[in-house]
Design a protein. Structure first.
Length: 328
C-alpha cells in the first residue's frame, strides 16, 4: 500500500513539474511584432520581449517586397505571414523565419485590411477596387471564395469572435457590410456618419467599435440589431481600433491628433488619452495585453505603450510610412 501511494505521489509530482515546465515555456514563448512599411516595401520585425529589432528584420533583408504594403496577418503558428501589396494587387505569403515569399495570390485589387478567422483556418482580405471580401484557405494557401459587398471601398475586414460574421468598413459609401460567412453573402448594412476605418469586437460579440474618421468619433454598434448605440468623441481622424482580449479596454487611434484614446467599454467613455507619434494608424496588443504597439505613419515609428499605466515606454524607428502591426 505504501509503495502504491509513493508511486502516485511520484507520478503526481512528475505531472505537476511537467505542467509547470510547459506553462513556463508557453509564457516565455517569444512574440514578434510585424510592421508593414508602405513607403519602404518592407516589414520590420520587433522582438516584443526586448523591443529590439529581431534578427530576421527587415523582411526582405535587401530591396523591397512590394509596392505599397498595408495589412499583415499571421497564421496561428506564426510561421506564415500574409502581406497585402495594395499597388501590386496581390497578397504575399511569406515564411516569417526566412523572410522568403512562398506564394503570391493574384487579382486582389487595391486591398488594405486583412484578418485571420477565429478558428485559424481562413485569412480574409478586403479589396477596395472590386468591392469584395476575399477568403483564403490557410492550409492550402489558395483562394476559397469571394463575397461581393453592398458598400463601396472596403478598407478593413473584421470577424466576430464566433466567426459567424465578417464586417467590412466601406470608406466611400460610409457604411459597414455584415457578411454571413457560411452563406457567402452580405446580409445587412449599417450607415455611419463618416468614413469608417478600423473595427474591433468585444470578446462576447455583443458590440463592435468602429473608428469613424470624418466624424471624429468611435461608434459603438450592437450586434443584436446592427445599429449604432453610442458615438464616442476621441479626436481628429480616428483610424485604428483594437480590443483587449479580456474586454476591459478598447484602444482607438486619432490620426490627426497624434493620440490613442483608451475607452472603458462598461461606460463607453474615454478614460485616458496617450500622445504618440504623427498619424497613428493601426495597432496590435501582445498576447498578455500588457503592451500595445502603435504604427505612427508620418513619424516612421512605432510607439510601445504600457497598458497598465497608459504610458509610452519607448518609441522605435521602423521603415517609411508604417501602416499597422501584427503580433504572434
Amino acid at each position: 500500500m505504501w509503495l502504491e501511494v509513493l508511486a502516485v505521489r511520484r507520478s503526481s509530482r512528475f505531472y505537476s513539474c511537467a505542467l509547470l515546465a510547459a506553462c513556463a515555456a508557453a509564457s516565455s514563448a517569444a512574440e514578434n511584432a510585424y510592421v508593414p512599411n508602405e513607403g519602404s516595401g518592407t516589414v520590420t520585425v520587433i522582438d516584443t520581449a526586448t523591443d529590439a529589432p529581431s534578427p530576421r528584420s527587415p523582411i526582405p533583408k535587401q530591396g523591397s517586397m512590394g509596392k505599397k504594403l498595408r495589412g499583415v496577418a499571421l497564421d496561428r503558428s506564426g510561421r506564415t505571414l500574409f502581406v497585402v501589396d495594395a499597388l501590386g494587387n496581390v497578397v504575399l505569403v511569406v515564411d516569417s523565419a526566412s523572410g522568403t515569399v512562398k506564394k503570391t495570390l493574384p487579382n486582389i485589387l487595391s486591398a488594405e485590411g486583412i484578418q485571420l478567422s477565429p478558428d485559424g483556418k481562413t485569412v480574409t482580405v478586403c479589396a477596395e477596387k472590386s468591392n469584395e471580401a476575399i477568403f483564403i484557405d490557410v492550409a492550402s494557401l489558395t483562394e476559397s471564395f469571394r463575397v461581393k459587398i453592398q458598400g463601396d471601398n472596403p478598407e478593413h475586414c473584421v470577424y466576430s469572435p464566433n466567426g459567424k460574421w465578417l464586417l467590412t468598413s466601406n470608406e466611400e459609401s460610409r457604411s459597414i457590410d455584415v457578411i454571413d460567412v457560411a452563406a457567402h453573402q452580405s446580409t445587412a448594412t449599417v450607415k455611419t456618419a463618416g468614413a469608417p476605418r478600423g473595427m474591433g469586437f468585444l470578446p462576447d460579440g455583443s458590440a463592435v467599435y468602429v473608428a469613424d474618421e470624418t466624424s471624429g468619433n468611435v461608434d459603438v454598434i450592437a450586434s443584436a440589431s446592427w445599429s449604432i448605440t453610442k458615438s464616442i468623441p476621441i479626436g481628429v481622424r480616428p483610424a485604428g481600433i483594437i480590443v483587449r482580449a479580456d474586454g476591459e479596454r478598447v484602444y482607438a487611434t486619432a490620426g490627426g491628433s497624434g493620440t490613442v484614446a483608451v475607452i472603458d467599454p462598461r461606460t463607453n467613455s474615454v478614460i485616458a488619452t496617450i500622445a504618440v507619434g504623427q498619424r497613428p494608424w493601426n495597432m496590435a496588443l501582445t498576447a498578455s495585453g500588457a503592451k500595445l504597439y502603435v504604427a505612427n505613419g508620418r513619424s516612421n515609428s512605432v510607439s510601445v505603450i504600457d497598458t497598465s499605466s497608459n504610458q509610452v515606454l519607448r518609441t522605435l524607428d521602423v521603415g517609411l510610412l508604417p501602416w499597422g502591426v501584427a503580433i504572434r
